[in-house]
Write a protein that binds this ligand. Structure first.
Ligand code: NAP
Length: 309
């Protein structure tokens, strides 16, 4: 408790681990709170990553995270598989409390808590979560062998998950609220060429049906407003993410959507000695490589800040 660390990094994933590699190589002896169940971040729930430079054959998301984690550890980062549950960030010495009740003091903090799955916001979506409703095809796809599943969303995540689900499901119906996809062309083309994927355009899910287990969906046509019901064994929600900034609301300047505001081309927040990176600050790009890039920036900003003290 009495020891004051140079820097504590909250969160793992490409941003947190890259910040850890840089901070450790700068001899700052960083402490990294990886998260108790979310260690490694969103890439732990993906399959093959084809666009991370340096891997011409692609790399599995969990393998990439494991390699980054090992690299951080090799240079001396101390990794703790626990959550930070409370932070007091305004003073010169920052005080963080973890899920086991330990308190850490640090001169600088790097926030890299990433983002969480966005929900549609339906009462029965929540109630039937784990009973047919899921946000992670790589985690739960296996349970839908020879079943008919729906997936909501029109971005790259929805395309990726839909393709992955065809390994198990007999049919995947992709439900999108508009008549054109947001996904990149390569991902959209791949999904459209998959004979097991059907597209339901201009359609919104307005209710999830079923008592103890999901049995179907109530749908609404966004053009003519007509409502209908259709049987499904499962629903995968892939409509984007929300920043995981709940612990710092009221302490740090956030934008209207909850992303941490940083100053210009830096990772500096409005609080001295507090830096933010990765999906927590990024509305726009949200790629593993951009998260890693901003993690690097945060470590360099923290290093400069500490050397000035
Ligand atoms: P996204 O690009 O923000 O797409 C979200 C999709 O969900 C959009 O089509 C959106 O519809 C729809 N949507 C949002 N809210 C909705 C709601 N309440 N009800 C129904 N539909 C809703 O999110 P993402 O697909 O998770 O991708 C995020 C970022 O990660 C992107 O930059 C993407 O390129 C990247 N990514 C890359 C890969 C890859 O390269 N392998 C894989 C996954 C993700 P509208 O289109 O109408 O807005």
């Amino acid at each position: 408790m009495s020891e004051i660390h140079n820097v504590v990094i909250v969160g793992s994933g490409p941003a947190g681990y890259t910040a850890a590699v840089y901070a450790a190589r700068a001899q700052l002896n960083p402490i990294v709170y990886e998260g108790s169940i979310t260690a490694g971040g969103a890439l732990m729930n993906t399959t093959e990553v084809e666009n991370f430079p340096g891997f011409p054959e692609g790399v599995m998301g969990p393998d990439l995270m494991d390699a980054m984690r090992k690299q951080a550890e090799k240079f001396g980062a101390k990794l703790i598989t626990d959550d930070i549950v409370e932070m007091k960030l305004d003073g010169e010495i920052k005080v963080l409390t973890d899920g086991s009740g330990n308190t850490m003091k640090a001169k600088a903090v790097i926030l890299a808590t990433g983002s969480a799955y966005k929900e549609i916001g339906l009462t029965n979506e929540k109630r039937l979560s784990g009973r047919g409703v899921s946000w992670c095809a790589t985690c739960d796809g296996f349970f839908f062998r020879e079943k008919v599943v729906a997936i909501v969303g029109g971005g790259d995540s929805a395309m990726e998950e839909a393709n992955f689900l065809t390994r198990f499901a007999s049919k995947v119906v992709l439900i999108h609220r508009r008549d054109s996809l947001r996904a990149s062309k390569i991902m959209a083309d791949r999904a459209m060429a998959n004979p097991k994927i059907e597209f339901l355009w201009n359609t919104e899910v307005i209710d999830v049906l079923g008592a103890d287990q999901m049995t179907g969906l109530k749908l609404k046509n966004t053009v003519d407003g007509t409502e209908s019901e259709q049987d499904f064994d499962g629903l995968f929600v892939a409509i984007g993410h929300v920043p995981r900034s709940e612990l710092i609301v009221g302490q740090i300047d956030l934008d209207a959507e909850g992303y941490v505001k940083v100053q210009g081309r830096s990772s500096k927040t409005n609080l001295t000695g507090v830096f933010a990176c990765g999906d927590l600050v990024d509305h726009t790009y949200r790629q593993a490589i951009t998260a890693a890039g901003t993690g690097c920036e945060a470590a360099l900003d923290a290093e400069r800040f500490l050397s000035g003290h």
